[in-house]
Design a protein around this ligand. Structure first.
Ligand SMILES: *Cc1c(COP(=O)(O)O)cnc(C)c1O
Length: 475
C-alpha cells in the first residue's frame, strides 16, 4: 500500500477519474455582476457561476464505479424489495441495531424521532445540536440544550477531542431535571463545534451516565467514519484497530442512531434511523409511512438504497479517510501560512476561517464573515458559507445587529470531488484575500425574512473607505 511506504510521503487521491464534470471559470467582472444580482447572498448564486463550490459537504460527493453499478440493481418493488434487504444488512452489520428505517435525508429521521420523544416540557441534551436537529426538537415544544466540552469555545486550542460532551453538565442536568429528559443525543463528529471528533472515552462516559439515570442514548452519526478516523489517529489504544471496528464500537455504545447519508453515506440523497428497542418500532414506522413511504423504501428509490449500501461500506476505507483528513488539513495549513486566521485543530469535513480575527475593528453590523465569504467568491470564484451574525444573529429594533458568538466562514470539502490542485487554488485565493483585506466591503442587510434569514436575505455593500473601493474597482 503506497500510503504506508515510508519512502513516499505524498497522500495521493485514492481514486482516478472515469467521468469528468466541467467546472466554470467566470471572469472577475462576471462574478462582480453575479454577486450584485444575488444581493451579496451566496445562496442566490447560480451554481455555474461558481468555480470551486465549498458551500457544503452535504449530498455533494462523487459516487464510485461500484455505486453507479449498484444503481442498476435497484429493485423498485413497493414492498419487500431486495435493495432494502441489502441496505438493511449493511446498516445492521455497521450499527448492530436490528430495526432500520430508511428516510429521504437526516432531517426526516429527526422529525420522526422527536415527534416521538419530544413535546412541551421535554429537554433534549446533545453535545451540540445540528441546526435541523435543534429546529425539529424545538418544533415539538421541547428545549434543545447544547452541552459541548468547555474546550470547544477556544478556537485556537489544539485539543484532540473538542467535540466531546461536557460530562459534568450532562450529569447535573440528569440529576436535577432527569424526569424531563427522554433521550440523550451525541453528534459525531460535532459539526456545530467545527467538525471536531468525539472520543470513545467520552462516549463510554456518556453511556455510563445514561445507564445510571436510565436514559437511552442516540447518536446523530452523519460523520461516523470521519469520527472513527480521528479516534484511530488521536485516541490512546486505538492506533491498531481498524476504522470500521471503531465505528461499530461507537454505535454499540448507543441505543439508536439517525444518519444523514448525504455525508458519510457517500450518496447525494438519503438517510436512516436504526435502533434496538422494539417498542419504538411501531410509532416510528407509523410516522415513516405517514411522512416518507412504506418501510422498505422510506423516502428513497430502490436504487438509492443500493448506492447507499455500497457507500456505507466504502466510507470506512482507510486510504479514503486518510486522503480526506489530509485534504482538510492541507487546506487549513495552507490558508494559515497565507495569513488567514483559521479555527484549530482542523476537523473532518471543513476549514473554518475566523473573520473576527482577520477584521478585528469591524462591527457585527458590518457582517465581517459574510464580507469575507463574498470576497472569496468575487476574487476567486470560491463559494463558502457564512456561519456568523448573518446566520445566527438578528436585527434589533434599533437596526443594529445582535452578534453571533463567532464570525466564521466554513469551507466544506465535498467527498472525492476535488483534487490537490483545486485545494491549492483555494489556498491561493484565500491568501490573496487575507493580504488585501482592506479591499473587503462592509455589508448591510437590506431585506430579511423572519426565520432562517441567511438563506434568502438581501444585502448591500456600504462605502467604507475610498481607498478600498478604488482597489476593488481596479485590482
Ligand atoms: C446534515 C446533518 C443533519 C441533517 O441531515 P439532512 O440530510 O441535511 O436532512 C443532521 N445532523 C447532522 C450532524 C448533519 O450533519
Amino acid at each position: 500500500m503506497i500510503h504506508s511506504d515510508p519512502r513516499f510521503r505524498t497522500v495521493v487521491e485514492p481514486f482516478r477519474l472515469k467521468m469528468v464534470e466541467p467546472i466554470h471559470f467566470p471572469s472577475r467582472e462576471e462574478r462582480v455582476a453575479a454577486i450584485g444580482a444575488a444581493h451579496h447572498n451566496l445562496f442566490a448564486l447560480p451554481a455555474e457561476l461558481v468555480t470551486i463550490d465549498l458551500l457544503t459537504d452535504s449530498g455533494t460527493g462523487a459516487m464510485s464505479t461500484e455505486q453507479w453499478a449498484a444503481l442498476l440493481r435497484g429493485d423498485e418493488s413497493y414492498a419487500g424489495a431486495t435493495s432494502f434487504r441489502r441496505f438493511e444488512r449493511v446498516v445492521q452489520e455497521l450499527t448492530g441495531f436490528p430495526y432500520v428505517l430508511p428516510t429521504h435525508q437526516g432531517r426526516a429521521a429527526e422529525r420522526l424521532l422527536f415527534a416521538h420523544f419530544g413535546g412541551p416540557g421535554v429537554i433534549i441534551p446533545n453535545n451540540s445540536h445540528f441546526d435541523t436537529t435543534r429546529a425539529h426538537v424545538e418544533a415539538t415544544g421541547s428545549v434543545a440544550v447544547d452541552l459541548p466540552s468547555p474546550l470547544a469555545g477556544d478556537t485556537q486550542l489544539e485539543a484532540p477531542f473538542k467535540g466531546d460532551m461536557d460530562l459534568d453538565a450532562l450529569e447535573a442536568l440528569l440529576k436535577n431535571q432527569g424526569s424531563r429528559v427522554p433521550v440523550v443525543c451525541v453528534t459525531i463528529t460535532n459539526n456545530a463545534a467545527g467538525g471536531q471528533p468525539v472520543s470513545m472515552a467520552n462516549l463510554r462516559a456518556v453511556r455510563a451516565l445514561c445507564d445510571k439515570y436510565g436514559k437511552p442514548l442516540f447518536l446523530d452519526a452523519a460523520r461516523f467514519a470521519e469520527n472513527a478516523w480521528f479516534v484511530r489517529e488521536r485516541e490512546p489504544g486505538y492506533s491498531r484497530i481498524d476504522v470500521r471496528t471503531i465505528a461499530q464500537e461507537a454505535f454499540r455504545l448507543a441505543d439508536g442512531t439517525w444518519v444523514s447519508a448525504k455525508k458519510d453515506g457517500l450518496v447525494n440523497i438519503g438517510g436512516f434511523l436504526a435502533f434496538k428497542d422494539e417498542t419504538l418500532l411501531t410509532p416510528l414506522r407509523n410516522g415513516l409511512i405517514l411522512n416518507e413511504g412504506f418501510p422498505t423504501y422510506g423516502g428513497l428509490a430502490g436504487r438509492d438504497l443500493e448506492a447507499l449500501a455500497v457507500g456505507l461500506t466504502e466510507v470506512t476505507d482507510e486510504d479514503y479517510l486518510r486522503y480526506r483528513a489530509r485534504s482538510v488539513a492541507w487546506l487549513g495549513h495552507g490558508l494559515e501560512r497565507g495569513g488567514m486566521p483559521v479555527l484549530k485543530p482542523f476537523g473532518g469535513h471543513a476549514v473554518y476561517l475566523d473573520a473576527r480575527r482577520l477584521l478585528p475593528d469591524w462591527s457585527p453590523d458590518d457582517l465581517p464573515a459574510q464580507a469575507l465569504a463574498v470576497a472569496l467568491y468575487v476574487e476567486g470564484g470560491v463559494r463558502g458559507v457564512e456561519i456568523g451574525t448573518l446566520m445566527f444573529g438578528r436585527t434589533r429594533p434599533d437596526g443594529h445587529q445582535v452578534a453571533a458568538p463567532r464570525e466564521l466562514v466554513r469551507l466544506a470539502l465535498p467527498r472525492r470531488v476535488y483534487t490537490q490542485a483545486h485545494v491549492d487554488y483555494v489556498i491561493e485565493v484565500g491568501t490573496w484575500v487575507a493580504q488585501h483585506k482592506e479591499c473587503l466591503q462592509r455589508l448591510r442587510i437590506e431585506w430579511e425574512p423572519e426565520a432562517l434569514r441567511h438563506f434568502t436575505a438581501r444585502l448591500h455593500p456600504i462605502r467604507s473607505s475610498a481607498r478600498g473601493l478604488r482597489q476593488l474597482e481596479s485590482p
